[in-house]
Design a protein around this ligand. Structure first.
Ligand SMILES: Cc1cc2nc3c(=O)[nH]c(=O)nc-3n(C[C@H](O)[C@H](O)[C@H](O)COP(=O)(O)O)c2cc1C
Length: 436
């Protein structure tokens, strides 16, 4: 069992403004399209010695969700992180870029540019995306298998492009007049099933070791797990309970070994949704107030999409039995989330009313803690001791106060408990992942 301090990241998706959170007088919602709002958060996260700040991304607008507080769209994640790079020194900057929609040359150049601008702090969250196809000249979303085949190819090309212009090639020797050694800059001449890329990349590499760019992956279907086990430094996961996390972590470690990597090569980092307040009762009030207008119609539609089960006219007190579930639909937006929901129904056979309140239906199926800072520390320790995680990503909910409590109170308490580093030992994102 590992007792090393955990690797902790902080979301820059303003989850504390979702639901009713944005309507609070101090929400600062007006600042969301500028950089000051995020720089303040990144500096707090850096003061707390977190591994990274992280910006998820989608390449489509969900009009049905945006009316009342389901998100209003926002800035390009890599550009936003470039602005944050300028205002911070140590914290890792994890951007999200889809392998389904971005050409690999653009992707490789964009992330390596963020890496230079941040002096070695860029990371890439590799996603295969859930929708957005009609913004990229496609009628239908490619199948999950097709998306993962693209992800494997795009990742391979990006790694080759990064290697195609090694840092050693830069000479900048005024005396000899040699700026670059062109012999070291080589094309990649890649011909795959989806892309043809000659290379080399026009942006030099910063180097290996502490200067390599960490790869994070999200998506926990069989194919997603295997992809993570082959290439990723960490998996960002939806694990609504500890058993799911333990199973996923064990499986990832086994798969990493089978791919000839160390079993600690892929770290499991669940999302952690937090509603924190000074007392547990206040935290529960915060949770209730945040979801006061939550719409059952949309939840029923999600349950139907993910399981094929239409519960809209079921009484709230009726239990859903495992054998009420029809065979899984052939096509779902996210196999990971559909699988989690199915598993929750099979395991708990909840009433309709209870199901509507479960994390698998309420949000992104993340691990949820509603309570005080001390309770959150205990919960983190419990998961760590059970071998359920190597770190996690903070998703505060409900209010700016809760977000501040996460960064300014919970993180120092985790350091005091030996669960989070007290100081950085390096200056790059890779160095934070490698060393406690
Ligand atoms: C925890 C988690 C976070 C994700 N974040 C994003 C995201 O920010 N942007 C995106 O386009 N897709 C995101 N995805 C979608 C995945 O990249 C992937 O497309 C999806 O989960 C389907 O893969 P699967 O078949 O392995 O479930 C996320 C998935 C999970 C599980």
């Amino acid at each position: 069992m590992t007792q090393k301090p955990l690797h902790i990241g902080m979301t820059l998706a303003p989850t504390w403004l979702s639901g009713e959170g944005w309507r609070r007088p101090d929400s600062g919602i007006e600042g969301l399209l500028g950089h000051d709002y995020y720089i303040d958060i990144a500096r707090r996260a850096e003061a707390a010695k977190l591994d990274f700040v992280f910006r998820p991304d989608v390449l489509a607008v969900n009009k049905a969700m945006m009316g009342q507080g389901g998100g209003m769209g926002g800035l390009d994640p890599t550009l936003l992180l470039a602005a944050i790079a300028h205002a911070t020194d140590r914290i890792g900057l994890l951007t999200t870029v889809s392998t389904t929609f971005y050409p690999p040359y653009i992707l490789a150049r964009m992330i390596m540019s963020l890496h230079w601008l941040s002096k070695g702090r860029a990371g890439w969250n590799i996603v295969t995306a859930l929708d957005g196809q009609r913004n990229f000249s496609l009628d239908d979303m490619p199948t999950p298998e097709d998306r993962y085949a693209r992800a494997a190819e795009v990742t391979e090309i990006v790694l080759k492009l990064w290697a195609s212009y090694p840092r050693d090639a830069i000479l900048q020797d005024r005396d000899s007049g040699r700026m670059v050694d062109p012999e070291l800059v080589q094309p990649i001449n890649y011909e795959g099933d989806f892309h043809r890329v000659e290379g080399p990349l026009g942006t030099p590499n910063m180097g290996g070791g502490d200067y390599r760019i960490p790869l994070i992956q999200a998506g926990a279907s069989e194919t997603g797990r295997d992809f993570a086990a082959r290439v990723a430094d960490a998996t960002f996961a939806s694990t609504p309970n500890m058993e799911v996390a333990i199973e996923l972590r064990r499986d990832l470690r086994r798969r990493a070994k089978a791919h000839g990597r160390g079993e600690e090569a892929v770290r499991l980092m669940p999302g952690m949704s937090l509603y924190l307040a000074d007392t547990e009762a206040e935290a529960r009030d915060l949770y209730r107030a945040t979801h006061a207008r939550a719409d059952d119609t949309r939840k029923f539609a999600n349950i139907l999409e993910m399981t094929g089960l239409d519960l809209s006219d079921w009484p709230k007190e009726r239990h859903i039995r495992a054998n009420d579930l029809p065979p899984p639909p052939a096509k779902v937006r996210s196999r990971t989330h559909a699988g989690l929901l199915r598993r929750a129904i099979e395991r708990h056979e909840p009433t309709v009313g209870d199901l509507l309140r479960m994390p698998e239906v309420m949000g992104s199926a993340h691990w949820q803690v509603i309570g005080t800072v001390a309770q959150a520390v205990d919960e983190v320790r419990r998961w760590r001791d059970a071998g359920a995680l190597d770190g996690f990503i903070l998703f505060p909910g409900g209010s700016v106060d809760c977000m501040h409590l996460c960064l300014d109170a919970l993180c120092p308490a985790l350091s005091d408990a030996g669960l989070l580093r007290r100081d950085y030992h390096g200056t790059t994102f890779a160095s934070h992942l490698e060393r406690p």
